[in-house]
Design a protein around this ligand. Structure first.
Ligand SMILES: [Zn+2]
Length: 480
């Protein structure tokens, strides 16, 4: 049983072998923090969260680093539109990123370096490249010279000479005119008037996008790492350029495995701002789609394939999740047997691992979860109806072992029980708003203003929210 992964670098499915036994170092390209995260981010970061959880479950000590790009034209443009600063835009979107990833049950990275806090490492790397003749300065900018680096194009399969011919005859921009080859890219950009800038041996300016990842990988994880992650849209030029910079500087391979996730389509079309089908994670979850429904939906497709969002597909995922959620909501009792797993459960565990080992075949792994959940869901429904024999069946060792295995494997793909009120496919009022109303009603009752308390109950009822008062002053609620 060995994990096999599709390596973009070799274009093959390869057996995963870490540099150091029992340890895995992973770098994942993070977000440019100028806006809220969208469905493409959800898809990508859920996939890599599952890789990380699976490696941990398999016994590896995983170090996962993901950066924040907090200096970029998009952030500067946003700041000038808003009349705020680059720092304000970045901080706000970093907070939003943390909140959105948390809702999706994506584990926070072990370290999250920021470009603006990694400037020493960036400047050092650029100086090394310059000293080796792999970079040249021109009018306050510094460029990487792709022609000087044998092996440029090995990740993406681009051909430098071919591209030279294509570029010939076009009118060049000022930046293009400064470059020795059209694929040369900026390591350092000279400051423009009015923009935030940092000091450097090449004058005031700021780093290019690609160099920050090369610098952070080396600073956080070393010269060669096990796995480098990103979306398929990053293969060229971003990852190609990361490889060129790092390998030109160190003479060592940057990463042994390069994994890329497929893109997201909405209703059959590529998701983009100009098409107006660009959905943020926040907007989708606030519309009533539960976080675990979104997670289940993305994991039903293989991470390398395009993922097509449609209302129907999401609705189907919501139905699937409902069944799984009922079983995951059962409690592991005290009678759980310490003895070995019965053979059918051992087999289920093996099939789950075999699916995940097969280049993270999450849809096959989910099938094992559904199979384990099925009888438990039946028990849960009978318990719900007040069937006492179902409660004692659940207490039996075999049921308890089945439930414990289900909970264990669900956690490997990051699925966890959601309380009923967030598990619906659609909804109006946000949970927070409902809780606030319940609190207001409690306060009204405490003040003996029963008319106000009844008004709140009736208002919520009109919006499809049923309140159930339980002993001890506890109020539960249901969407009707
Ligand atoms: Zn990167």
């Amino acid at each position: 049983m060995t994990l096999r992964l599709t390596n973009t670098l070799t274009r093959r499915v390869e057996e995963f072998k870490p540099i150091e036994t029992g340890k895995v170092s992973i770098y994942c390209c993070g977000v440019t923090v100028y806006d809220l995260c969208h469905l493409g981010h959800a898809r990508s970061y859920i996939a890599w969260d599952v890789l990380r959880r699976y490696l941990r479950w398999s016994g590896y000590a995983v170090t996962f680093v993901q950066n924040y790009t907090d200096i970029d034209d998009k952030i500067l443009n946003r700041a000038s539109e808003e009349g705020t600063s680059m720092e304000e835009v970045s901080e706000r979107n970093i907070d939003a990123f943390v909140a959105d990833m948390g809702r999706l049950n994506i584990l926070p990275a072990d370290r999250m370096p920021r470009a603006t806090r990694s400037l020493d490492a960036i400047r050092t790397l650029i100086s090394e490249l310059e000293a080796k003749g792999a970079a040249y300065s021109a009018d306050g900018d510094v460029y990487f010279a792709v022609m000087k680096h044998a092996g440029y194009g090995k990740l993406s399969g681009r051909d430098l000479e071919q591209q030279q011919d294509n570029a010939a005859g076009r009118v060049a921009s000022a930046e293009e005119a400064r470059k020795q080859h059209p694929f040369d890219f900026a390591l350092w950009k000279g400051a423009k008037p009015g923009e935030p800038s940092f000091s450097s041996p090449w004058g005031q300016g700021r780093p290019g996008w690609h160099i920050e990842c090369s610098a952070m990988v080396r600073e956080e994880l070393g010269e060669t790492i096990d796995i480098h992650l990103g979306g398929a849209d990053l293969v060229f030029p971003h990852h190609e350029n990361e490889i060129a910079q790092s390998e030109a500087a160190t003479g060592k391979e940057l990463a042994h495995y390069w994994l890329h996730n497929g893109m997201v389509n909405v209703g059959g079309q590529k998701m983009s701002k100009s098409l107006g089908n660009f959905t943020t994670i926040r907007a989708l979850l606030d519309s009533g789609v539960s976080p675990m429904t979104l997670r289940l939906f993305t994991l039903q497709a293989h991470y390398r394939k395009p993922l097509d969002f449609t209302a129907e597909a999401l609705e189907a995922a919501a139905t699937g999740w409902k069944g799984l959620n009922v079983a995951l909501g059962l409690t592991v009792g005290t009678t759980r047997s310490q003895s070995e797993l019965p053979v059918p459960l051992q087999e289920a565990r093996k099939r789950f691992a075999a699916a995940m080992d097969d280049d993270l075949n999450t849809s096959a792994a989910l099938a094992v979860l559904f199979e384990l959940a099925k009888p438990l869901r039946g028990l849960a429904n009978r318990i719900e109806r007040g069937d006492a024999s179902a409660s004692s069946e659940l207490e039996q060792a075999s049921s308890q072992q089945q439930l414990a295995l289900l909970l264990e494997l669900a956690a490997v793909v990051g699925l966890q029980h959601e309380p009923q009120e967030t598990a619906g496919a659609t909804g109006g009022l946000e949970d927070r708003a409902i809780e606030a109303q319940i609190e207001a009603r409690r306060a009204a009752k405490a003040a003996k203003d029963f008319a106000a308390a009844d008004q709140i109950r009736n208002d919520l009822k009109a919006q499809g929210i049923e309140l159930i008062d339980k002993p001890g002053g506890i109020t539960e609620w249901l969407r009707s």
